[in-house]
Design a protein around this ligand. Structure first.
Ligand code: PNS
Length: 167
């Protein structure tokens, strides 16, 4: 039986930590769906379309069994609809575990057939989060070691565009 996992997230922006987890998940499962949450209540740095475009630019040639999709609503409904056996989440710290545990248990209560699988990224990436990347970037710090080259380039382009529009 073919094993399918969903790796859900906001990916705003995609980081090297995310990429590391996608690679690990792609070795464990026959198919991995990188599922970008459409969340109208959040004010993102990149639009959904920009994040999908970046995922498409960075992922496909390296990971043939990884597909990119978007979803809205409950993750478990999406997992059921896509007949996925597992949800992948990354764990960087005890704080992540505290945040993730209620979600795992809630998801299990809502849909007992789906298991959450925690993966740990390389120790080089465990301090990276999308929110820290955005903060460092907005305050003028270098993010090249934290995100794929395409993401860093696109963040710089976007800020330059916004500065021009505000002139
Ligand atoms: O990368 P993120 O932003 O930490 O990902 C959070 C995500 C997408 C996994 C979580 O917000 C989610 O599952 N949202 C979908 C809505 C849902 O199912 N909520 C109930 C969770 S118990």
């Amino acid at each position: 039986m073919s094993r399918r996992a969903i790796y859900p997230g906001s990916f705003d922006p995609l980081t090297k930590g995310h990429l590391d987890l996608i690679e690990r998940a792609s070795r464990l499962f026959d198919e991995v769906i990188v599922a970008l949450l459409i969340n109208p209540s959040k004010q993102p740095f990149f639009t959904v379309e920009e994040r999908v475009a970046l995922l498409q630019e960075v992922l496909p040639p390296r990971y043939p069994n990884v597909v990119i999709e978007t979803f809205s609503g409950l993750l478990v409904d999406y997992a059921r609809q896509r007949q996925a056996q597992a949800i992948i989440r990354g764990l960087r710290s005890a704080a992540d575990y505290e945040y993730e545990l209620p979600m795992v248990l809630m998801n299990r209560q809502l849909h007992q057939e789906v298991e959450t699988v925690f993966l740990v990224a390389s120790q080089h990436y465990t301090h990276i989060s999308s929110s820290l990347v955005k903060e460092v970037f907005k305050l003028g710090g270098t993010i090249d070691a934290l995100v794929p080259e395409a993401v860093s380039r696109r963040m710089k382009e976007k800020i330059t565009q916004q500065a021009k529009q505000n002139q």
